[in-house]
Design a protein around this ligand. Structure first.
Ligand code: GLA
Length: 717
């Protein structure tokens, strides 16, 4: 059984295939963390250890203080001075709560979270529900631990129910709190900016609080919600690593506090200045779901735990079909598109083996540049004089599928929608809203806005065979205020906004069941697990330069599988070497192209056709296979990694040089997953290798020049 309650010890034990997690009930009231690590039946709670200036509960004696206990959950103002999970302001205005353990329940499967995406249960998933009560506010707290046994994943979130008579306000609500009883640890996060998402940062923990957060209303390019804490010597294959992530696309807070007793307390959830939520008597609030995993075998195992979990329990079913190789119009055409031009694109795309033409920005209203028309989601009759349906039918008649770009959450002040409904954008009364990319943000917390968007998309896309939506989101929220909410609910806007976005995405998926979605936010501005429930892939970054992409993709792969990662070849500008390099970098994920197919030499066209053909032979290895990073470009002058399919029969090995080094240097790249008893042929060269040879390492000679790459495709004979 993956979840047990040991009555004699008042202890809950959660087991996955390779890990154990345990906590007990202390003094009939507190939840004390005992253990998270390698699977074991031998764990003991650490002895109580109070220090001066840590307040204690009189009845339990001075040896116990919430401030020096590894709490499973802690409450602002009740004796734990470290970062807390929960701050709720009741009628007394203090923000102090003190929930006591009340009961537990263990059940098969999981509980759904209302209005926020969550991971799917499988037949072995089990859940522990702990109920806690706060007498003064009258609030009830349910803490959910869901065990995804075979993935070594445990998720956690909470539901707060106001059973009291007066309203309360939740001011901080962290889905997960974990105390690790040491602090000689490193913290790994992914930071960045637009065009440079997922920069890898590894720093030692220090006493005090270290945090990453988004106050942008989006999970953001700046700080991804993924975080890992590892032993300082942890490598790809060795050392202890704890991985965390929050399944949410809006503002969040990840914090780690190293305390006076050298414990590292990890929290992830809704905190910081961007969150507040008033709960009237009788109402419930659910936090987003957080997940954690533990690896005793370095980052590689943690990475594969996340990859398997995200693929199997989060990604939509359609992501398991081959993803279309798309020709996207953005980088080649920008806003300069019309029916005759794109029909020619479709015709050529078909000849080269593309599956789909994706018409990006510029097709609607008076959208001739990025200054106008967001919100006016009807087709431009100047660019498409016969209407959208006739155009899409023509694209189909050329033998390719059709995808279209939308950016539902945004509005340009220069739009019909804004002229009709200026009150529909986020703004603070009396203040001029700031613009970003000439646009404002629609108030997705307002149901009228959602209904308008449903109506207009329904009308525009009705009876049109669209096979793919690219859902974009190109600015962050400032001057956050909603005309639809009263003053005391204004700090709920960004949370309610996210629920509005999820609602519209749910509607879109239901209304157009045969249409897959790619999500995007100026590239990877919402590269998070919640978005992954909707899209078959995410546009990883607007940066398509393969040099920068190598770093972005390598870091993104730490936490997210290749299936999620859209990788496009752009602008080869007639240079074959560059085309080859771009292709080999894009092969790290789901391949597509953004280039002007009408202005290309025959030689380039032939090469692209060859690339697509080759990719189609192996795309399932990247999409469904296991990923092993051999060298990170952050540490070495080259990035190298391989994907291997489930039965080890096919292996794709990439070596991408990113910095100049001495030419001719050889590197031994060990493919441990190769089958010892087999012979493999590299289908690119015809050269044969024994499995033992691959396991011992294939010798690759570096050219010493950045912007070159080598690709091996080993197929078992
Ligand atoms: C964002 C996206 C791009 C493209 C443009 C269109 O920047 O990331 O891929 O769709 O918007 O305006």
């Amino acid at each position: 059984m993956s979840i047990r309650f040991i009555k004699e010890k008042n202890t809950f034990v959660l087991n996955t295939v390779a890990t154990t997690y345990a906590f007990d009930i202390l003094g009939g009231k507190y939840l004390r963390h005992i253990y998270y690590g390698k699977k074991t039946a031998n764990f003991e709670p650490a002895p109580l250890n109070t220090v001066s200036f840590s307040p204690y509960v009189h009845e339990l004696g001075p040896s116990f203080s919430p401030d020096s206990t590894p709490n499973e959950i802690s409450f602002f103002g009740s004796g734990d001075f470290r970062a807390n999970s929960l701050r709720i302001k009741g009628a007394d205005g203090t923000g102090v709560t003190d929930f006591s353990y009340s009961s537990y329940r263990i059940f098969n499967g999981r509980r759904d979270i209302h209005g926020i995406p969550f991971a799917r249960a499988d037949e072995k998933t089990r859940t522990l529900e702990i109920t806690m009560l706060d007498d003064v506010t009258g609030c009830k707290l349910m803490l959910y631990y869901t065990v995804f046994e075979k993935y070594d994943m445990i998720s956690r979130y909470m539901v707060i129910e106001n059973c009291g008579k007066q309203s309360v306000k939740i001011e901080k609500c962290m889905s997960l709190e974990l105390c690790i009883d040491r602090c000689d640890l490193d913290m790994v996060t992914l930071y960045g900016r637009h065009n440079a998402e997922c920069s890898y940062q590894r720093v030692p923990l220090h006493h005090g609080v270290q945090s990453v957060m988004s106050r942008r209303g989006a999970s953001s390019h700046q700080y991804n919600p993924f975080m890992a804490i590892c032993s300082q010597k942890a490598t790809e294959e060795r050392g202890e690593v704890y991985g965390f992530n929050l399944m949410y696309s809006g503002s969040f807070l990840n914090e780690v506090e190293v305390d006076q007793l050298n414990t590292a307390k990890v929290l992830t959830g809704l905190g910081g200045e961007c969150f507040g939520y008033t709960l009237e008597s009788g109402e419930c609030f659910s936090s987003p779901e957080a997940v954690m995993t533990y690896s005793a075998y370095g980052f590689g195992k943690m990475t594969r735990n996340f990859h398997n979990y995200i693929r199997d329990t989060i990604m939509p079913k359609a992501a398991f079909e081959p993803h279309p190789v798309v020709l996207n119009t953005w980088e080649a055409c920008k806003f300069d598109i019309d029916a005759p031009k794109l029909v020619k694109f479709a015709e050529e795309a078909n000849k080269l083996g593309f599956d789909m033409l994706v018409m990006d920005d510029g097709w609607f209203g008076e959208r001739h540049n990025d200054r106008a028309a967001l919100g006016d989601w009807y087709v431009s009759d100047r660019k498409f004089p016969n209407g959208l349906k006739a155009f899409v039918d023509e694209v189909h008649s050329k033998g390719v599928k059709f995808g279209i770009w939308i950016e539902p959450e945004m509005i340009n002040p220069d739009s019909e929608l804004y002229r009709a409904h200026p009150e529909w954008c986020l703004r603070v009364e009396g203040r001029e809203p700031l613009r970003s990319r000439h646009q404002l943000v629609l108030d997705m917390s307002n149901n009228e806005v959602i209904e308008y968007l449903k109506g207009i998309f329904d009308k525009t896309f009705k009876d049109i065979d669209i096979e793919y939506f690219k859902w974009d989101m190109n600015r962050h929220m400032s001057n956050v205020g909603s005309s639809a909410l009263p003053a005391h609910r204004q700090d709920e806007v960004s949370f309610r906004y996210m629920k509005g976005v999820y609602k519209l995405l749910d509607w879109l998926a239901e209304r157009f069941p045969n249409t897959v979605i790619e999500t995007c936010s100026g590239g990877g501005g919402r590269y998070d697990m919640a978005m992954m429930t909707y899209g078959i892939q995410i546009w990883t970054s607007d940066k398509t330069n393969p040099y920068n992409r190598t770093f972005i993709q390598s870091a993104a792969m730490t936490a997210y599988p290749a299936m999620t990662m859209s990788c496009h070849v752009s602008n080869p500008k007639g240079d074959m070497r560059s085309l080859d390099f771009r292709y080999k970098v894009a092969l790290g994920g789901m391949l597509g192209y953004e280039l002007n197919i009408l202005e290309m030499t025959e030689e380039i066209k032939l090469e692209i056709a060859k690339q697509i053909k080759e990719y189609k032979l192996i795309e399932d290895v990247m999409r469904l296979g296991d990923y092993y990073m051999l060298t990170s470009p952050v540490k070495y002058p080259y990035s190298s990694y391989y994907y291997v399919n489930g039965d080890n029969g096919r292996i794709v090995l990439s070596v991408i040089e990113t910095a100049a080094c001495k030419a001719g240097r050889t590197k031994l790249l060990k493919i441990r997953r190769a089958d010892r008893d087999a012979t493999y042929s590299d289908i690119r060269t015809g050269k044969l290798y024994s499995g033992v040879e691959l396991q011992n390492g294939i010798s690759v000679s570096l050219t010493g020049k950045p912007d070159t790459a080598e690709l091996f495709i080993f197929v078992r004979q």
